[in-house]
Design a protein around this ligand. Structure first.
Ligand code: GLC
Length: 471
């Protein structure tokens, strides 16, 4: 019966690719209960902070991981130029893991393959892989071993987009799309795709995913990327039908039952075809919701704009900005996955190391305001220039001081505070109840405040740890 079902599903999927019918999206794919999901995701919710690593051939041109598409480079040119030069001889997975760990990150996600199609593991599906280069080693294997050994959870990013495979259908982002948009039409794309057999690509992609999910032990996160929808011209984009995404989720669950899956397979209309949402490169204004419900979320961010190593990019975020990004994200119930794009020699760039060291310095003192924390109860309104995270287990709140105040930090809910201290040095901070009105000062709205030292302590973002009175 089960086999029959699989065959039927496979057949249905084939039909889909021919552009005809596809079984309608079910609302439920795996049948997992919300409690089971919460349990599976518990470590991730506690962790809050991870490292993204974008590494591939694109580190050689060093001007964005989309260089192949942006510059309309065909396979022959891309491969003849960059493949022979790819040799990350200074790569040491243990060093990467040590830096992630020191920065306070609890998990990592590495690009096993990006849109360019180059495989960073020793796949049997193609020769377009790292073990066929001068470097010759299975980088994914070394990454998994080193990060596991360092006590970090291990994730795989996998690009479902593939600009190298000869059967991958040319679409609006493909390097071989016509440069002149005026000539774009459904017919034009159909003509460009003549002879390309989508089923062959999908089988290839599925086989790769099977390898990754069976050959490297337990994988904690699978980050599929991504589905370009074009509602007006479906033929210029892709949809869940192309990936046979419903069954892909089932396969992933079957091979890695504990793995956490992102939301880029175009299954947002299902309840359980995704585990978390992924706001990319912007600060969420509030906890993201889906169909009215707050959902687990992780914002993915870069240090400078590109994901792959980009030598000439000068728009690097400062350490205080990055600390704000992390703590502010946690104050809205989210995770931050911070990206590093290693150089073609296989090392983290100096500027990235500087930012990671900034995180390390800050997290050394302040990680208690991050791990296990989430949004604060609604009545704990954040004073201007601050964000508050909250640990429900310990009933403590953490006030992150982005704009260091002039001694007094006015707080509306001062009567809820039992005790307060700086987190970095554990030094007491006095709590002042609202003073009796003294009209001479002209202060009409008397509220309580925390009495901070006038001089900002030597911490990028000081944090006040607050013990709340039991309710
Ligand atoms: C995007 C980009 C990409 C990057 C990813 C990370 O969709 O295509 O280059 O890998 O987001 O979130």
């Amino acid at each position: 019966m089960r086999k029959l079902l699989t065959v039927a599903l496979a057949a249905a999927a084939l039909v889909a690719v021919a552009g005809e019918e596809y079984p309608e999206l079910p609302r439920k794919i795996t049948g997992e209960t919300p409690e089971q999901k919460a349990e599976r995701m518990a470590w991730w919710q506690q962790a809050r902070f991870g490292m993204f690593i974008h590494f591939g051939l694109y580190a050689v041109p060093a001007r964005h991981e989309w260089v192949k598409s942006r510059e309309y480079i065909n396979n022959a040119k891309y491969d003849s130029k960059y493949l022979p030069r790819f040799n990350p001889d200074l790569f040491d997975a243990k060093e990467w893991a040590a830096m992630a760990k020191a920065a306070g990150m609890k998990y990592a996600v590495l690009t096993t393959k990006h849109h360019e199609g180059f495989c960073m593991w020793d796949t049997k599906t193609t020769d377009y892989k790292i073990t066929k280069t001068e470097f010759g080693r299975d980088l994914v294997r070394e990454y998994v071993d080193a990060f596991r050994a360092a006590g970090l959870k291990v994730g795989f990013y996998f690009s479902i987009i593939d600009w190298h495979h000869p059967d991958y259908l040319i679409d609006q982002n493909h390097p071989l799309r016509p440069r002149n948009r005026d000539v774009w039409s459904d017919e034009k794309f159909a003509e460009l795709n003549k002879g390309r057999k989508w089923e062959r690509y999908r089988e290839y992609m599925w086989a790769q995913i099977r390898e990754l999910l069976t050959g490297y032990g337990k994988i904690d996160i699978i980050w599929f990327d991504y589905t370009t929808k074009n509602r007006e011209h479906p033929a210029w984009g892709k949809s869940y039908k192309h990936w046979d995404a419903v069954n892909l989720v089932k396969l992933t669950r079957q091979l890695q039952p504990a793995a956490i899956i992102d939301n880029r397979l175009d299954l947002m209309d299902t309840d359980d075809g995704w585990d978390f949402v992924t706001p990319e490169q912007f600060k969420a204004t509030k906890w993201p919701t889906v169909r009215g419900q707050r959902v687990p979320w992780e914002t993915c961010q870069t240090f400078s704009g590109s994901w792959g190593y980009n030598r000439d990019e000068m728009t690097w975020k400062s350490v205080p900005q990055l600390i704000e990004l992390l703590s502010e994200t946690v104050s809205k119930g989210g995770n931050l996955i911070m990206n590093v794009g290693p150089t073609a020699r296989g090392e983290f760039d100096e500027r990235a190391m500087d930012r990671l060291a900034g995180f390390a310095r800050w997290m050394h003192w302040n990680s208690r305001s991050i791990y296990g924390c989430t949004v604060a109860p609604e009545d704990l309104v954040a004073p201007n220039g601050t964000a508050i995270t909250y640990n429900p287990e310990t009933n403590r709140a953490y006030i992150h001081l982005y704009d260091y105040p002039m001694g007094r930090l006015p707080i509306e809910w001062v009567d809820r505070i039992e005790y307060a201290q700086f987190l970095h040095d554990g030094s007491e901070i006095f709590i002042n109840q609202p003073p009796k009105a003294h009209t001479q000062t002209g202060d009409t709205h008397q509220i309580g405040y925390l009495q901070l030292p006038m001089t900002k302590p030597a911490v990028e973002v000081p944090v006040v740890e607050v013990w709340l009175k039991a309710k």
